[in-house]
Design a protein around this ligand. Structure first.
Ligand code: KIV
Length: 272
């Protein structure tokens, strides 16, 4: 059963800001392909993130760094063809926006033009401010991403909780306020203490979507394959698995193998 308010026929960046103002929590999941995106959209999820986690989930890379702009556009255009209601946000991949604001704008334009997505997301605070402004000036909505920013994994060294120290926590709040002032329509906050995340959500009027950031924020995002239990070698505390598809799919495929070998499949009703 969905508890999404169905009166939102189509989710826009403005809808999300209204949802926060009205105290309605925002649901967000990742998707990278047509078939999954159709299910996610049909289930009433408000925002679909074509995340650069596709680099891990779809391509099997250890980090999000290798995925390219062309590959993100491919995933985003598959998702866009599936949706009727959700807002589609696409990650600017590593290397497509860090060098200068003009390159950031070119990358964002490519995503919007070639995939038909509705918004882009990029990681970082004041170091990407000028890029954000340039993208916004072209009329492209931008979502920020603070806390654990996986594109900087080699700088952090680990995927542990961020901003536990006062100095980093203060910098994070300042960055969130800066992102709102620059014109971002929302911010993903990844893996930070719940108390700090709540403080950030209360410091800005744009929605804060958390992943491993507690329930004092304005919405939640999870990686689809993790929440469905398709991945199983990864057990962060924040992850709730709603299914164990890894086990169910394995069983189904093992049964298929057995049926083929025993010639149980196809039976008389399954042939022409
Ligand atoms: O790429 C991604 O899936 C993300 C989420 C973890 C927020 O950025």
């Amino acid at each position: 059963m969905s508890t999404a308010k169905k009166e939102y026929k189509r989710i826009t960046v403005k809808t999300l800001v209204d949802m926060k103002a009205n105290g309605e929590k925002i649901s967000m999941l990742t998707a990278y392909d047509y078939t999954m995106a159709k299910i996610v959209d049909g289930a009433g999820v408000d925002v679909i993130l074509v995340g650069d986690s596709a680099s891990n989930v779809m391509a099997g890379h250890e980090t999000t760094l290798p995925i390219t702009l062309d590959q993100m556009i491919y995933h985003a255009s598959s998702v866009i063809r599936a949706i009727e209601r959700a807002l589609i946000v696409v990650d600017l991949p590593f290397g497509s926006y860090q060098s200068d604001p003009k390159e950031a704008l070119r990358s964002a334009i490519r995503i919007m033009k070639e995939s038909g997505a509705h918004a882009v997301k990029l990681e970082g605070g004041k170091e990407v401010k000028e890029s954000i402004k340039r993208i916004l000036n072209a009329g492209i909505p931008v979502m920020g991403h603070l806390g654990l920013t996986p594109q900087s994994i080699y700088k952090f060294g680990t995927y542990t909780v961020r901003a536990k120290e006062e100095e980093e926590a203060k910098r994070l709040i300042d960055d969130a306020i800066m992102l709102e002032k620059a014109g971002c329509f929302g911010i993903v906050l990844e893996k930070i203490p719940a108390k700090l995340a709540k403080e950030v959500a209360e410091s800005v009027s744009i929605p804060i979507i958390g992943i491993g950031a507690g329930n004092g924020v304005d919405g939640q995002v999870l990686v689809l394959h993790d929440m469905l239990g398709m991945t199983h070698e990864f057990h962060p505390r924040f992850l709730r698995r709603y299914m164990n598809l890894y086990e169910d799919m394995t069983k189904a495929m093992e049964q298929y193998v057995a049926d083929v070998k025993s010639m149980d499949f196809p039976n008389n009703n399954e042939q022409y």
